[in-house]
Structures are given as C-alpha cells and as structure tokens.
Design a protein around this ligand. Structure first.
Ligand code: 6PG
Length: 475
C-alpha cells in the first residue's frame, strides 16, 4: 500500500502525468518496462512529491492502495493489450485500470467488457494537452463505470486544467465514451489546424504577406473571438526563423503533413454513423494529399492561375479571412458535436455535449474562448440538433456571409486550395437550402436500379417504369 495511484509507462506523457499527480500531493507508484526510466524520473524529480519506484509489475501492484488505481501510459494498440495482460492477473476485483493513451474507442469497449468479466474496472481516458498539459493540467475525458469515476474523479479533477474554477475533467460516459470523445476532439483539432493553414496560405499567396506579417495578423486575431491555443502557436511558428538558413522556419519544413490515426478514425467512424463531417474529412485528406509527393510532382505542369500575383491586397482581406475562418470553424465544430451526439445515441452513452465543451475550454489542444460559446449554446438548448442555429453562432454566420464567400471565391480564382473553407460553406448552404438535388439522385437510382423514391406529396415508396410506359407504381 502507500501509493494512491500508479503510472506504468514513463515516456514523456506518463512521466509528466506522474509528476503532476505527485506535485498535487498524491503519492504515486511509478513503473516502466526498462527500470532505467523509473530511476531517472525519481532521481530528477523525486523532490517534487512522493514517488514509489517499482521494478516489477508485482512490486508495482503491491505498492498501490486498494482498490488499486493503475494508469497505463503506453503506445495505443498492441502495447496496451500486452500491459493489460501483464497486470490484470495481479489485480483484485474492484481495482481500476486507466488507459490514458489515444486508444480506438472500439478497442476500449472490447477491453472494458473483458475486464468487467474479471471484476476489474477499465477506464478508457482521453487526455489532451501534449507534454505540457500532462505536467501542468491537461483536459481529461474518462469513460468507464460511474463507480470507477467516483474513486478516480477527484484525483483526476485535481490534476486537470481548470477554467474559472471548473476542472477540465468530467465523467464522459460508460465504456468507450471517453476515448470516443477524445477521438472526435482530435478530428476537430485536424479541422481547426487545416482552416488555420488555409488562412495562412491565403494571406501569404492571395494577399502577398510575409510569414512575419502573417504572424502579426494571427497575434491580433488571438486578442479577439478566435483566441485559442492553436492560433497562438501559429503566430509563434510563423514568426520563427530557421537558424541554419535565416529563412522563415515555415519555408524550410517539408510540406508533407503526417498523422498518427485519430483523425482518420474520426472520419471512418463518422462514415459508419452516417454523420457528415466534411471539415474533418477534408483535413485528413489535405494531409494525405500533401504526402503524395509523386502525384504532386506529376501534376506540376498542369494549367491554372500562378500563385505569384497578389489577388487580394489590402487590410480588408485579412478581416475577411478572419470572418471566413470563424464561420468555417463554427461549421467544423458543429459537425464534430453532431458526431458526438450520434455516437452517444448509437452506444447509449448519454454524453452531455455542453460538458464536453466545458472541459475543452482549458488544457487541451483545441482550448479556446470559442468553447465557452459552445458551452453556452448547449446551456441555452441542450437538445439542439445543430450549433449553427444558436443565436450567437447564427449571428456570426450571418455577419460572415460576404467575407466567407469572397474568400472562398478568391481562393478558387487564385488557384489556392481551400478545401476546409469550401466544404464548410457547402455544408452550410446544403443545410439551409430548401430543395437539394438529392431528388435527382433518387431519380437516377430509381432509373438504373429500381431503388425506389419517396414523394413530397404522398406517403410510401414508389418506382417509375423507366424502361416501359413510365407510369408510377407504389413499391
Ligand atoms: C492532444 C493531441 C495529441 C496528439 C495528436 C497528434 O490532444 O494532446 O491531440 O493526442 O499530439 O493526436 O496527432 P497527429 O500526429 O495525428 O497529428
């Protein structure tokens, strides 16, 4: 006994989480497959709190107070299953295993069900905020049983970020709910980053601004409604000069964006749930396109506008981009929250979307002033089918109309790819359009495959005899 909680897996995230716990006065058992890391942690940071180093899984589990709280911080996938198999036999009914990695929620559901059979609680927990967040206060999204949250919640809320005294940690829902929400968080993160990247590209190539000038634009935006961690670091990255060449850092980085999988999972899941998340999908595809060097090379000679001549000079353009960015961001988040609603309904999680916005206000990568607006929108109407119709967001979307369309059109005319802006606008127009051409799609499906259609004026399904006299029959 002695340790209130234990962390196994002491790479940077695990190490920082253990330090965060210790700094908050929670005696923490620490373990790593290779004991050198454990030793290094205690040597370097032992003064920050009470660490109980363990050399073996047996020593580790023996160090934990009962019911045991054991946090796994290993690479998501195979390693998680391996660690669970190593530790579960040493645990007793009522003990809790917390998985703080970026696991797929389907894996979390499987693990939770299997461990529940053995009397153990499995708490799939989304943790966002990178290394700094883990140390100084992340946003924490725990799934699993309400019983396990009662035993773990206070400690997690203690080490989480907080905004206005409210911790950025709440019980998300049963089994995979926490990891599902973390997955969508990352999908939104991709969409937000893509919109910011497009804004930069437009300011650079349509307005002709330098990276340093654009850094200033982002700094200004960061004092307004777009204030957020991602906008803040964008200014930092753009202002940075490469030491080796003296060039803007952004000009010496290979323009091929990588991804570890959570954005892709978000889109795959959205497809299965039937939720349109174009903003996230385009962001994943944009990274994918960037990585296809062979295709890009082959396409170099294709005709189209050159990006050299500024197409949109003047300070008015930056303001227009700000509006287009804000409007597109509203759409991307509305789509992400729709996905949370759909996942919650599919799996019976009963996720409180306002609570998710609340715990994303601080600690996580997408933390932003904006999230408080989303919290307020769900407070005003907890069951709203879309954030777009919230009073504040509807007003912002209205105010953005000319700018949003001008920016998207400028991008198209100048040959600057802006898939994030374009899909956001298309989604917005699709939702507000009274009649969509989906009616024609239905007609085509009925023509070639007798797939039937419904009518606007009568109940039922119908088929037209396209190959015959074109009379209509009830299907
Ligand atoms: C977070 C981040 C974190 C990770 C990203 C990076 O919330 O702290 O999302 O989980 O750094 O997922 O993802 P990619 O490597 O896929 O861009």
């Amino acid at each position: 006994g002695g340790a209130r909680i234990g962390v196994t897996g002491l790479a940077v995230m695990g190490r920082n989480l253990a330090r965060n716990l210790a700094r908050h006065g929670h005696p923490v058992a620490v373990h790593n497959r290779t004991p050198a890391r454990t030793k290094a942690l205690v040597e370097e940071f032992g003064h920050e709190g009470t660490f109980l180093p363990a050399r073996s899984p047996e020593e580790f589990t023996a160090a934990l107070e009962r019911p045991r709280r054991l946090v796994i911080m290993v690479k998501a996938g195979e390693p998680t299953d391996a660690v669970i198999e190593e530790f579960a036999p040493l645990l007793e009914p009522g003990d809790m295993i917390v998985d703080g990695g970026n696991a797929h929620y389907a894996d979390t559901r499987r693990r939770e069900a299997a461990l529940r059979e053995r009397g153990l609680h499995f708490v799939g927990t989304g943790i966002s905020g990178g290394e700094e967040g883990a140390l100084h206060g992340p946003s924490i999204m725990p799934g699993g049983s309400a019983e396990s949250y009662a035993a773990l919640g206070p400690m997690l809320e203690d080490i989480a970020a907080s905004v206005g005294g409210t911790p950025c940690c709440v019980h998300v829902g049963p089994d995979g709910a926490g990891h599902f929400v973390k997955m969508v968080h990352n999908g939104i993160e991709y969409a937000d980053m893509q919109l910011i990247a497009e804004s930069y590209d437009l300011l650079r190539h349509a307005a002709g601004l330098s990276p340093a000038e654009i850094a200033e634009v982002f700094r200004t935006w960061n004092t307004g409604r777009l204030e957020s961690y991602l906008i803040e670091i964008t200014a930092e990255v753009l202002a940075h000069t490469d030491a080796a060449t003296g060039e803007p850092f952004v000009d010496v980085v290979l323009d091929q964006a990588e991804q570890k999988g959570t954005g892709r999972w978000t889109v795959q899941t959205a497809l299965d749930l039937g939720v349109p998340v174009g903003g996230i999908a385009e962001a994943v595809f944009a990274r994918s396109v960037s990585g296809h060097a062979d295709l890009r090379e082959a396409a170099q000679g294709l005709p189209g506008p050159a990006r050299s001549a500024p197409a949109a000079a003047g300070s008015g353009f930056a303001d227009a981009v700000e509006k287009a960015l804000y409007a597109s961001k509203i759409v991307a988040y509305a789509q992400g929250f729709h996905q949370i609603q759909a996942g919650s309904a599919e799996y019976g999680w009963d996720i409180d979307r306002g609570a998710m916005a609340t715990i994303w206000r601080g600690g996580c990568i997408i933390r932003a002033r904006f999230l408080d607006r989303i919290r307020a929108a769900y407070e005003a109407d907890p069951a709203t089918p879309t954030l777009l119709t919230d009073d504040h967001f509807a007003e912002a979307l209205g105010d953005a109309q000319d700018a949003w369309r001008d920016v998207a059109a400028t991008a198209a005319r100048a040959g600057i790819p802006a898939p994030g802006f374009a899909t956001a606008l298309a989604y917005y127009d699709s939702l507000r359009t009274r009649r969509l051409p989906a009616a024609l799609t239905q007609g085509q499906r009925d023509f070639f495959g007798a797939h039937t259609y419904r009518r606007t004026d009568r109940e039922g399904s119908f088929h037209t005899l396209w190959g015959g006299d074109r009379t209509e029959r009830p299907a």
